[in-house]
Design a protein around this ligand. Sequence first.
Ligand code: FES
Ligand SMILES: [Fe+2]
Length: 404
Amino acid sequence: MDQESSQIIRDGIAYEKERKEPPAGFPMFPEVPKGRYNDAEYLAAEQTLMWQKAWLFAGHTDEIPNAGDYMLWQHGSAPIVLVRDENDAINGFYNTCRHRGAPIVRDEAGSVKRSLVCGYHGWTYNLQGELIRLRDKRDFVGLDTKCHSLNAVRVEQLGNWIFVNEDLNAEPLLEHLGPLVDDFAQMQPEKLHFIHRDVFTVNCNVKVLMDAFLEVYHLPSIHKNTVDRFLDHRGCHISLFKNGHSRMITPWRRDDWVDPGTVDMKQIETITEIPLTNNCSYNFFPNLVAPIDPAGVPFLLFWPKGTDSMYIEVIWFGPEPKTEPLTKTWATRIKNFERILEEDTQFAEEIQKSIGAKSLKGMKLNYQERRIYYWHEELDRRIGKDNIDSALQLPELLADYVEE
Ligand code: FES
Ligand SMILES: [Fe+2]
């Protein structure tokens, strides 16, 4: 972050701390209708028109370090295999043979030599997904092997982070992420290493928990003895960016506060003043939340598992390669974070029950919670108003508040 943006953020934080009410003219939000969290038709449209067309985080290059290494990614419309080829490019294909649909790889991760061979009848594809060999070709009338490559998905990277998009016409990743790319340059994403991955299941619609990670209004209640002791939610400075992405910067209560959990860890030297003295948390729309830190960054990924169940994946990245076993400091850092996560998830299942009951009509949001409203606005833009029941739509209110 350059000097000018840092100054804007410092001024923004000072303004937020002092203000007596929202800025003049800030809109009052209508309730977010609860059907957006449990209406079958709405959720089906969300699946096909948003999730299956979005840039989604899939993995880190350290997870498939050598040519022929692959990993399965199971959060698309069908399983997708990511494989590193001989030119060090990472390619992504549906894990579905073009002969009769058998899986191409059957393990979560592994390594092949030069080709991917279907276990059913032996059709063989190179690491670019082209069909290069098949048995008894003479028995296929008029088969053009060139037209039987594995069906590809888009795979692009921000540094070492691999993203996937099932929409072949999607805007290129880095253009799509816009200002987040510049902000993340200070993290040196091309040098960060994969450290650790955990997955937790929670019985609620994915948006119930997604919402929880877009605001800090809840700090003095559910994180009273943890995060609230060092973060001042009243100074929270929010930026809304194009394509639904956003940033939330929450100041430390004291400028000289040092995170005791990271004191001995290697620091990313290029990180700038704002993330050094504040908590900077990003949302890459739709489901990636990344609170950056000089000692590394966790990616929190929120995945729908069904209409009322979801996974949270927590993946850690740091400036030094991971050790086996993890260093004591990393193990403690990860464990402490899990405790915060438990605080964050404690109400989710009951909120989902309330959504199913007559007692709740919708979600009432305040100015501090405007990232949630913005997220939902973007969801409707992606799905398209024509595909949403009018009772479940949200009016667009935040266009004037989006930063360039
Ligand atoms: S299904 Fe793959 S070779 Fe037959
Ligand atoms: Fe929280």
